[in-house]
Design a protein. Structure first.
Lengths: 966, 466
């Protein structure tokens, strides 16, 4: 959506198509950033007062003193379960409470005991309990080093850039006598230099009254041995973060940036203050839990040694070690930082997930294709676009309505002329098992005839301005109020507005899209809310980056509640924060129909995946401007292999439904959307996995190949899960692409030609317009549904084809996850989760969730084995009626008369941790003797590509079975 | 189990024909019971029991006509009582009723009703209605063609007449010119004398006058430029209510005139006259001359314009105007005669007409072969949605679509354009308008001129056509 039309007009006249940078602050224009960045390293005024140290079972506390102004801080140090350390720094006695971010952590993180290993006047050494991990607290200057064995993993305040602007009395009070409270811990020495921007700040025509004065916090982190850092989305930049020495820091401040520019550190719509650091030895992470405007500086140099305790000297590594230094600066709140110590990328994902939760498990349909446009004009338009998909035999699951569907931009309403009977329209879609998304933005038209507005106003739910009145700003409806989503009762009320009796014209196949929730305020500073606006007892300054998360959350809760907690919600948001993954999907905002925007969609979604937000996508085709047919086709080919697959277009662009670019392009787009649908079982299983573990669905290569430096900066290709490698064509007129196939041991199979390629090589692939270089990893089994239908729901009962890609050891492993696709019943064990594996020429399906109960009509119609040799015969063994037999746990493994299923289940539990080969050998032995039902299967063997296709084994997808190639 | 009774549609005769599910009668010979089946593309031969066994063996999908197994297959709905049709295999057993005889959902649990007869009844009704319309429309069309023919003949006759009268007029003009020049001779001499005197004394430029005239010219120029550029508010964001309203279009001022003569607008005529008077290209000279004329015109008129010369001049000008009018008439007639009004000029009656449709917000106006416009219902200026471009229907049916192009420019977009789809109707009416894409309008328009020879009401014909 476009933010400020006036800006738009100005742009039109100046003839440019880029962000108007002057609308957004640089670090220099943000007074706290400027102040903090001006600090010189190596001059830390902070000293740890070791005598104040208190150690309880769960935490260590210690006071820090700023020797310049004698203000005392309280340091809290926690060892958290799962190899994490939490460091909290707040004022010991703040003038008034400082904001601590609520609602982001899924719970108070459980702690583990700390113990003192040694202590002297220079510092304390604490044991972190495991693997010889220690924290060294140096007293003067204050510094923390986290050490494992002889390696420093991370140092805090090693450059002495810890800064904590304590709260103080406003200037007038000081000047006019009223002796300020003599703050404990402060003395008369406190003579703060008052700098410009501390008590009032202006930007363009906007003034920030800053009633609390300066309140910034800042801390530096050194990462010895690290040359690659990632994360801190959202930025339109490369996957690997750049150093910021010669420009502005990366900025985290949720903003509606009109026509954003690529490859720079400017803030965008969302903010996740999480950074990952990686080298071949280890991955670590820093989670800076602060929702205020934040800037992150990154510099890289050889480790600079400063003077500190001998303990540290002892463990310090060579001065040759490369090092990355990072510095976080936030405008208000406290320092609350979670140091995740890995050591593997997957450990980081699970550590971060234990703090902020995992990706919500979306309804299966939302993994299909979404057709959006600003705007589908009326019901007839919706009907004809819907019919167009059938006419051209293209599947889709969701059609979207942007702001024009409402009655005058009053959300929760419908335009009475264009959408006179929304239920008829929704029913029409439902009849084809399709769904709709309608937009609901958080700005509320100030209009006394609008029920939503009246209710919010009368309940006092609006955000207040600094003078106590309802805050008002301009947005799509004109003058608008902004509900205070930080208030739980406001969120509860908002959620209740989604119930079918409140949201007129809504039905169960109508879902929601939250746009403009940064929040976007057309006439506000930087197109957002004034920082001195008030949310209860906090300033907007404190909560800014959380606002969008709260909107998303309240909406999601509304969708859950309307179904009585039965149905999974789907809500798309533009603004986000740490934890937003729990509420739904995000997209990368208002991009443009340019090749570079297509390219940047990869690192942007990869970066989000690294910090827990898996359900990410970019507007296919580009939002602004009009794509050439080539760009549009290439974008579909890329988007079909990214998690959230939605085409969207600006109001002023010509129509671009998939069939409007001639039969050839229609065919290309149809083909790739159909490919997407064939992979839905795999996508769904990956999302289930992401929900369970926090591992990203769309993955940077280094996540799977953490020891191969060649993967560390790759962001023109990506993995889906572990087993699909995608290298989209993102160059205009490309005749070929060079894909990096990772893994020395790996082989990769082209999913279209089944050609086999070795790993650890740069492979040149000639391409035509129909080419989408996608490879399946040897060693994997991917379940697909090749019977593509009108929508995902139409494919529910369809059979699976298993694609078994053999590795050099001629083994493969995969999973199959099935549930009803749309309810929370999976949480009550209503699902099928099976492990598929191939070894010693036997392919088997084993139940990995024997406690779960679900039945499916789906069956296995085909098994395609890539890299196979021709067998004499193929025998299928199914459990048949043995399933019901009772098994004595004691004679489980070798009692062949025992229930096949039970044997397998128990076996699995027992052998899960054993080497796969061993496990499979046992099974193999078992299968040969098992008293199951045996049948011979037909097969085809294509010797030219070594592909074995086994015809119609026909067993139910939820069944135990094995298939022997002899 | 894959066999079933088939009722031939129409219900006239019930014939029992056995064939695999989803196979049309015409392809039945390829599916011979208990004989090996060769895929219809000839790619391979498979045992008969693999037909419709829910596994795709043939690349062309021909072995699974009755299941969803093949990605590219087709299922034949017999639709007894209605029209048989093919649906994509992917629609078989997907829980959605596609065939009106419900045969596509034999194993999905979907409860489909047989709606063929009902559909047939409805279709028959609407077909009959359409046929009636077409019939009446076609009769009207014949009249239109006759009228057009007559009109054309009339116009041609008229053209001949006018062309003849033009000759007389030309002669007349020449005669009057001579008379005028003769009458003007004394006046001309006097004028030259005056000019010499006056101009002789004016060799320096009257700068004040120059400024005045220049500023007027500039003002005119600037105001024109301004109306074409959207005004911008650079002082910080000021919201705009809806994007539709963000750009004010320049106002078109001649909405009531159906046929502005695009060749010679009237205003231009006047300009030309003026230009003739001051046929000068040098700026200074022009200014001086203009100034001179301004100052001295009263003197000329009073002292120099002899009434005889004036009379001759008036007569001459009168004759010239008459000639010009005739020229215009000829041009218009020729234009109308040469216009493509369809194969039999059946669309000629639309020329010079306008048709309106009022929607919630706007009044749309279609003036065929001229322009399309839109005007807000509750006041506001008119927007040109395109001027006549061409017939743009598909090959073989070119006269089914009109294209109007080069309307008012869209902000940051193309010029507005309108596609008018014509369908057969007894009346000439704009039935709907929409804007499927920004600034690209679509209008539905009915006219008897599009009606085709009333189709034989024999049902089978309609079926084939559909």
């Amino acid at each position: 959506m476009v933010p400020v039309l006036v800006v738009w007009l100005a742009l039109c006249l100046s003839g440019t198509w880029a962000v108007d940078r002057s609308n957004f602050k640089t670090c220099d224009q943000s007074s706290f950033c400027k102040r903090q960045r001006a600090l010189k390293p190596g001059e830390s005024p902070y000293r740890a007062l070791l005598e104040t140290m208190e150690l309880t079972n769960t935490r260590l506390t210690l006071q820090l003193i700023n020797d310049n102004n004698k203000v005392r801080l309280l340091l809290e140090l926690y060892r958290l379960q799962g190899n994490m350390t939490r460091v909290k720094i707040n004022e010991l006695k703040p003038l008034k409470p400082r904001y601590e971010v609520p609602d982001v952590l899924v719970r108070e993180p459980p702690t583990e005991p700390l113990s003192v290993l040694s202590q002297d006047e220079n510092g304390v050494v604490l044991s972190l309990g495991v693997e010889s991990q220690r924290v060294i607290v140096s007293a003067q200057p204050f510094r923390l080093d986290i050490v494992e064995g002889h390696n420093v993993l991370m140092s805090l305040n090693s450059r002495g850039l810890l800064a904590f602007e304590h709260l103080r009395m406003p200037q007038p009070l000081r000047r006019y006598g009223a002796q300020p409270l003599h703050l404990p811990g402060t003395t008369k020495e406190e003579e703060e230099k008052v700098e410009e921007g501390m008590w009032e700040e202006t930007f363009k025509s906007h003034s920030d009254s800053k009633p609390n004065g300066p309140s910034a916090v800042s801390l530096d982190f050194s990462l010895p041995g690290v040359e690659h850092v990632y994360g801190i989305p959202e930025h339109a930049d490369t996957l690997r973060l750049k150093t910021t020495d010669n420009g502005d820091p990366y900025r985290l401040y949720n903003l509606d940036v009109f026509q954003y520019e690529l490859y720079n550190p400017m803030a965008l719509y969302g903010a996740v203050p999480v950074m990952l650091a990686h080298n071949t030895q280890r991955t670590t992470g820093i989670f800076w839990l602060n929702a205020a405007e934040t800037w992150v500086d990154i510099s890289s140099n050889t480790a600079g040694k400063t003077v500190f305790g001998k303990m540290l000297d002892y463990v310090q590594g060579s001065s040759e070690t490369p090092q990355t230094d990072v510095r976080w600066i936030s405008e208000s709140g406290i320092i609350d930082v979670f140091i995740m110590l890995g050591p593997t990328p997957k450990d980081i994902f699970s550590q971060y997930a234990s703090l902020t939760g995992t990706q919500s498990f979306p309804p299966l349909s939302s993994l299909g294709y979404h057709q959006c446009r600003w705007n589908y004009n009326d019901q007839e338009d919706v009907r004809s676009v819907d019919a167009g998909f059938d006419e051209h035999d293209i599947p889709y699951d969701f059609i979207w309505l942007d702001i024009e569907h409402t009655d005058g931009k009053r959300y929760f309403t419908w335009d009475p002329h264009k959408f006179a009977s929304p239920k008829d329209m929704l029913q029409g879609l439902k009849d084809k098992k399709r769904n709709m998304v309608a937009i609901v933005d958080p700005h509320i038209k100030v209009d006394s005839n609008y029920k939503i507005h009246n209710e919010i106003r009368s309940r006092g739910f609006y955000v207040k301005n600094k003078d106590g009145g309802d805050y008002e700003g301009w947005c799509w409806p004109g003058n608008a109020g902004y509900p205070d989503f930080t208030q739980p009762d406001m969120r509860a009320w908002w959620a209740s507005m989604f119930s079918y009796d409140q949201y007129e014209g809504s039905m169960d196949n109508l879902y929601t899209w939250n746009d403009m929730n940064e929040p976007s305020v057309f006439n506000g500073p930087e197109v957002t809310m004034h920082k001195d606006a008030v949310h209860g007892s906090w300033e907007h300054r404190d909560v800014h980056n959380l606002y969008g998360l709260y909107v998303h959350r309240a909406t999601m809760e509304g969708l859950i509640q309307r179904s009585g907690g039965v149905e999974r919600p789907f809500v798309l948001t533009r603004a986000f924060f740490a934890g937003s993954q729990r509420y739904g999907a995000v997209w990368t905002g208002d991009n443009a129909a340019e090749w570079d925007h297509l390219k940047i969609s990869i690192p942007m979604c990869l970066s989000l995946g690294l910090v827990g937000i898996s359900f990410c996508g970019a507007d296919v085709g580009g939002f602004f401007k009009s794509p050439s047919p080539e760009l549009l086709v290439r974008w579909y080919q890329t988007g079909a292999y990214q998690p959230f697959f939605r085409a969207h277009a600006h109001l002023d662009t010509p129509r671009r439904e998939p069939w409007l670019f001639g039969p050839e392009n229609t065919a290309l787009i149809r083909e790739v959307i159909r490919q997407r649908y064939t992979f839905l079982p795999y996508w769904y299983q990956l999302f289930y996995h992401a929900y369970r573990t926090g591992e990203p669905v769309m993955r940077a290569l280094w996540v799977e190949y953490p020891q191969d430096p060649a993967t560390f900066a790759v962001d023109d290709e990506f993995l889906i899960g572990r087993d699909l490698l995608v290298h989209p064509v993102t160059e205009e007129g490309a005749r070929g692409v060079t894909a990096f196939l990772p893994g020395k041991e790996e082989v990769w199979f082209d999913i279209h030609t089944f050609q086999k390629h070795n790993g650890a090589q740069n492979l040149y692939i000639p391409v035509t317009m129909s080419s989408i270089p996608v490879f399946q990893r040897g060693g994997s089994i991917i379940p697909r549904k090749l019977r593509v239908r009108r929508s995902s729901a139409c494919m529910e009962h369809d059979p699976y084809t298993l694609f078994v890609a053999l590795n050099t050891r001629r083994t493969a492993e995969g999973e199959l996850y099935i549930d009803d696709g749309h309810t929370f019943n999976f949480d009550n064990k209503e699902f099928i989760h099976r492990r598929l594996f191939f070894s010693n020429n036997v392919l088997s399906s084993v139940n990995v969730a024997p406690e779960a109960q679900f039945t499916t009509k789906s069956w296995i119609e085909r098994v395609v084995i890539l890299g196979a040799s021709k067998p004499r015969k193929v025998t299928l063994i199914t459990a048949g009626k043995l399933k019901t037999a009772v098994c004595n746990k004691e004679n489980k493994v070798f009692n062949v008369g025992c229930s096949f299923q039970v044997v397998l289940s128990v076996l699995h539990e027992q052998c899960l941790k054993e080497a796969p080969v061993f496990r499979v050998k046992i099974y193999f032995a078992l299968f040969l003797f098992a008293d199951g039902h045996k049948s011979q299967l037909d097969f085809d063997f294509d010797a030219s590509v070594s592909v074995l296709t086994i015809r119609k084994p026909s067993m139910n997808a939820g069944e135990d079975w094995s298939m022997a190639l002899q | 189990m894959f066999w079933y009774l088939l009722l031939l549609w129409g219900g006239i005769s019930a014939v029992e024909v056995q064939r695999p599910r989803g196979v049309p009668l015409s392809k039945r010979p390829f599916y011979e019971e208990n004989k090996p089946f060769t895929c219809l593309d000839g790619s391979r031969t498979i045992p008969f029991d693999r037909i419709n066994d829910d596994y795709c063996d043939c690349q062309d999908g021909s072995d699974e006509p009755g299941t969803a197994a093949c990605p590219n297959g087709n299922f034949h709905c017999t639709n007894a009582g209605f029209r048989p049709t093919f649906i994509p295999s992917s629609h078989v057993n997907d829980g959605i009723c596609d065939c009106c005889d419900a045969t596509d959902e034999y194993n999905s649990g979907a409860e489909c009703q047989n709606t063929c007869r009902e559909l047939w009844r409805k279709e028959k009704e609407s077909m009959q209605k359409l046929a009636e319309i077409a019939k009446e429309g076609f009769l009207l069309k014949q009249q239109l063609i006759q009228e057009a023919k007559r009109g054309l003949e009339e116009k041609q006759t008229k053209l001949g007449e006018v062309q003849n009268s033009k000759k007389d007029l030309e002669t007349n003009v020449e005669a009057l010119r001579t008379a005028k020049e003769a009458a003007e001779q004394p006046e001309k001499e006097a004028k030259e004398r005056h000019l010499k005197e006056l101009l002789g004394g004016v060799d320096k430029v009257n700068t004040a006058a120059f400024e005045t005239i220049w500023s007027k010219i500039r003002e005119k120029y600037v105001s024109e430029v301004r109306t074409q550029t959207p005004s911008s508010n650079t002082d910080g964001p000021a919201p705009v209510e809806t994007p539709q309203e963000e750009v004010r279009e320049p106002v078109s001022d001649n909405d009531s005139e159906p046929y502005p003569d695009d060749d010679i607008p009237e205003e231009e005529d006047e300009d030309e006259d003026e230009d003739e008077d001051e046929d000068m290209d040098d700026g200074d000279y022009k200014v001086t001359g203009f100034d001179y004329i301004l100052e001295c015109l009263p003197i000329f008129t009073k002292s120099l314009f002899s009434s005889a010369a004036q009379k001759a001049r008036n007569e001459f000008e009168e004759a010239e105007r008459a000639l010009r009018e005739v020229d215009d008439q000829i041009r218009n007639l020729e234009k109308e005669i040469s216009f493509d009004f369809g194969p039999s000029s059946e669309f000629a009656y639309l020329y010079s007409q306008c048709y309106e449709l009022t929607t919630g917000e706007y009044v749309y106006r279609l003036c065929p072969f001229n322009r399309v416009s839109q005007k807000p219902k509750y006041g506001g200026s008119e927007t040109n949605l395109g001027t006549w471009g061409k017939w743009a229907g598909p090959e073989g049916n070119v006269y089914s679509v009109m294209k109007y192009e080069q309307g008012t420019g869209c902000w940051q977009g193309p010029n507005r354009s309108t596609t008018v789809k014509l369908t057969c109707g007894k009346e000439t009416v704009v039935t709907s308008t929409s804007e499927p894409s920004r600034c690209e309008y679509l209008m539905e328009f009915t006219s008897p001129a599009v009606c085709q020879e009333a189709p034989d009401l024999e049902v089978s014909d309609i079926h084939e056509e559909l």
